[in-house]
Design a binder for this molecule. Structure first.
Ligand SMILES: [Zn+2]
Length: 99
């Protein structure tokens, strides 16, 4: 099945991250994506790495050095980049982090 980044203008299919379990942090994700906190959200909702700053990842250095297969989001990471511009620097890897 096809899974895309939930940001409508993005739709990226690689380097995707599932919703966090903490309800407060979830809420912050929703506020960025939908500008509100909707009652119903698909459980397959994912965001790609482009919407997070570098310090959101627990293993950015290892990943860049090739020691990690996938970027791992810190549990408290909140996305804050709705319209990423650094497309050229994106590393494409097919990953979905299952919580
Ligand atoms: Zn995206």
């Amino acid at each position: 099945s096809e899974v895309n980044c939930a940001v409508p203008s993005c739709g990226k299919k690689q380097s995707l991250h599932c919703l966090p379990s903490d309800p407060n942090i979830r809420k912050e994700w929703m506020n960025l994506i939908f500008n509100e906190d909707p009652d119903l959200v698909g459980k397959n909702l994912v965001l790609c790495s482009r919407h997070f700053t570098t310090d959101s990842f627990a293993n950015k250095a290892q990943f860049n050095a090739g020691f990690s297969e996938r970027l791992k989001l810190k549990e408290v990471a909140v996305p804050n980049i709705l319209y990423p511009t650094l497309y050229a620097h994106t590393i494409y890897r097919c990953t979905v982090n299952i919580l």
